[in-house]
Design a protein around this ligand. Structure first.
Ligand code: ADP
Length: 671
């Protein structure tokens, strides 16, 4: 076994790989960009090598820099993680030339599976079922449209070099084909440097079921059962589970054997995943699944497989890379219980899941024997705009699916994440959705139920009560601290369960919550207090601990929440949701004014890809005006109302800051 390993990646996967390497007594070497100088994966590594500027293209994606870092640190092997260079043929080759072990398949296998069109052709030859469609060389729009017609709508356009759902468009209406093709090609060009696409039949009621395969250098190949990754948004996985709900045993065997055949057909070695699409319109059946693609690396969702098989797949990868045989034979691989994983993202479900960035002023979770957390960051770390906005993954393993779902949901609801916006309450809503609990799923699940899964902002008396008590107690704590400059400023706090309001009369507290002004009349009543919210009087009492935990009784009901102070107020975290209370500064009139409908602003820093707005045009609410790319995702910004465009301030290719006015609207004349 080699004694040193460089991890050519960042975030949770780098941390994950290091954990196993360390357990195996292997020295770990991290690489990092300017933006990651103090990142968790750097802190966790035995050694770290700087490889350049923040932009991945100038650091994590530069083969020469990674090889140079490996040589400088004396690394005997390189683990590429996922994404970045993990499926890059030139990188696997470069490792070999430099005499460094690449923890992954042979370059030839990556190449065989790298492009979706060639992979489909190869699988057809190995008698693995593939999705019907056109995967040839001709890229002419007319021709592809003709092929789509032959296949029959709906069809799916896919980037040949695709990954992560990028460059993929479903087309239902032939009239939309050309526009969608252009958009897919543009996205594919910018994401992969390759505009070519294929067109295939869109499977109805599709379920995404993939098989984990493993092969060694001694001719052994096994499958470690399936993962169901049907819960997706824009073709990106959100929740994954193993085994697939309601999977018949004969289908599991048929898929497993097809996957092993696929791996053998390309002389595979190491960890790989064969992705299939299954037609669930008449339930899962052994004759209704088709090959989609092979991922020649470790997957984000590998922990659910580890949970049900009791294996450590990174350990297997390192063993195989060192030339050892697979630790288990097919018959010895167990399938125990049920595992579910959710991906925690820094994104805003209420704003079309737009990526969110910033410092994680709080990141806390309970510790639990049933739950595994694979995090890429810790409290205090930054989620930057330069990389994927995934914060980490949370995985539950239990004897049954319903138990795993319940445990995961309650764990997620107890998590406290403040700073960037996250999909936490969205994940909890999916886990608790009755159709998901019944496993009535397909890849359209999230879109279909979106309205229920992204709950409208709702401020409850419980949250207002917790906020009011937290605010008053914190204010009292601060004023006591200011007065008691001599003694320990914290000591009087333990004794404080008394309200310190402005005298004993009613005081009106003012906040801005979610952009709306909230006036809260509060009145002390002995040790308790009353507050009036939405015209109803409620009673409240409670306490605030030093680290921000609030325990309150609102109308006699026990509520626990956390409070995180911020520059202009605080955030209350309650059951997986965050409520930001801004305390208006009486001297700063602007905080309250909300006259921002005059312009379309960039929601975050990024690049303008396309400008559809024209000065002077009258546009309807929802009309697409600007297409932006940020954190590698395209986002269409639309008119917020029926408006007239006064001026357009940007052009395609411009780099813009968050808040930049991209399009300015005319002051509206009388209705
Ligand atoms: P990527 O490499 O970009 O992740 P995939 O080929 O793996 O692309 O497909 C991603 C997802 O798109 C699948 O999980 C599935 O939900 C959906 N999908 C792919 N092909 C089809 C198809 N022919 N019909 C219906 N859905 C599909």
């Amino acid at each position: 076994m080699f004694k040193s390993l460089l991890i050519a990646n960042r975030g949770e996967i780098a941390v994950r790989v290091m954990r196993t390497a360390r357990e195996m007594g292997i020295r770990t070497i991290a690489v990092y960009s300017d933006a990651d100088a103090n990142a968790l994966h750097v802190r966790e590594a035995d050694e770290a090598v700087h490889i350049g500027p923040a932009a991945a293209k100038e650091s994590y994606l530069v083969i020469d820099k990674i090889i140079a870092a490996a040589k400088a640190s004396g690394a005997e092997a390189i683990h590429p993680g996922y994404g970045f260079l993990s499926e890059n043929v030139a990188f696997a080759d470069a490792c070999e030339k430099a005499g460094i072990i690449f923890v992954g398949p042979p370059a030839s296998a990556i190449k065989a599976m790298g492009l979706k069109d060639a992979a489909k052709a190869l699988m057809e030859k190995a008698s693995v079922p593939v999705v019907p469609g056109y995967h040839g060389d001709i890229q002419d729009a007319r021709f592809l449209e003709g092929e789509a017609q032959k296949i029959g709508y709906p069809v799916l356009i896919k980037a040949v070099a695709g990954g992560g759902g990028k460059g993929m468009r479903r087309v239902d209406d032939p009239a939309r084909f050309e526009a969608e093709l252009k958009s897919a090609q543009r996205e594919a060009g910018s994401a992969f440097g390759d505009e070519r696409v294929l067109v295939e039949k869109y499977v109805s009621r599709p379920r995404h079921i993939e098989i984990q395969v493993f092969a060694d250098a001694h001719g052994n190949a096994v499958y470690l059962h399936e993962r169901d990754c049907s819960l997706q948004r824009r073709h990106q996985k959100v929740i994954e589970e193993a085994p697939a709900p309601d999977m018949p045993e004969d289908m599991r065997r048929a898929m497993g054997e097809a996957a092993v055949a696929a791996a053998k057909a390309i002389g595979y070695r190491g960890a790989g995943t064969i992705e299939f699409i299954a037609d669930a319109s008449r339930g899962l059946r052994a004759d209704a699944f088709w090959f989609m693609e092979m991922n020649t690396r470790l997957q984000v969702e590998h922990p659910v497989t580890e949970a049900i098989t009791g294996t450590d797949l990174v350990e297997w990868q390192l063993l195989v890379a060192a030339g050892e045989p697979l630790p288990l034979t097919q018959k010895e691989i167990p399938l125990e219980g049920h595992a579910v994983e959710v991906r925690l993202y820094a994104e805003d479900p209420a704003n079309n899941f737009f990526p969110s960035t910033g410092r994680l002023t709080r990141l806390r979770a309970a510790s639990s024997d049933h739950i595994r957390t694979d995090m890429g960051v810790e409290e205090g770390d930054e989620v930057s705009m330069h990389y994927d906005p995934m914060i980490g993954k949370i995985i539950a393993h239990a004897p049954t699916r319903s138990l795993a779902l319940a445990q995961l949901r309650s764990f997620v609801l107890d998590m406290e994440v403040v700073g960037p916006k996250t999909n936490l309450s969205f994940l909890a809503a999916v886990l608790g959705h009755p159709s998901f609990e019944k496993a009535d799923i397909d890849t359209g699940f999230i879109d279909k139920h979106l309205a229920e899964l992204v709950p409208a902002f709702y401020l409850s008396p419980e949250v207002v009560g917790a906020a009011f008590i937290g605010h008053v107690l914190l204010r009292a704590k601060r004023s006591r601290a200011a007065q008691a400059q001599t003694s320990d400023p914290w000591s009087p706090w333990a004794a404080t369960d008394e309200w310190v309001l402005g005298g004993h009369r009613t005081e009106v507290l003012k906040f801005i919550v979610n952009g709306e002004a909230l006036s809260l009349p509060v009145t002390p009543k002995g040790k308790d207090a009353e507050f009036v919210f939405n015209g109803v009087t409620h009673s409240a009492s409670g306490s605030l601990s030093d680290d921000g935990d609030i325990a309150v009784l609102v109308d006699g009901k026990r509520v626990t929440a956390a409070m995180v102070s911020e520059a202009h107020g605080f955030t209350i975290v309650h059951r997986g949701a965050n409520y930001t209370f801004t305390v208006p500064d009486p001297l700063d009139v602007d905080v309250v004014s909300d006259g921002d409908t005059g312009a379309l602003k960039a929601p975050m820093p990024g690049k303008v890809v396309q400008v559809l707005a024209e000065a002077g045009a009258a546009v309807k609410r929802g009309t697409p005006l600007v297409v932006m790319e940020a954190m590698k995702m395209e986002q269409t910004l639309a008119a917020p109302a029926d408006l007239v465009i006064a001026s357009v301030n940007v052009a395609a290719g411009d780099q813009v800051e968050a808040g930049a006015a991209l399009v300015v609207f005319e002051q509206k004349a009388d209705q």
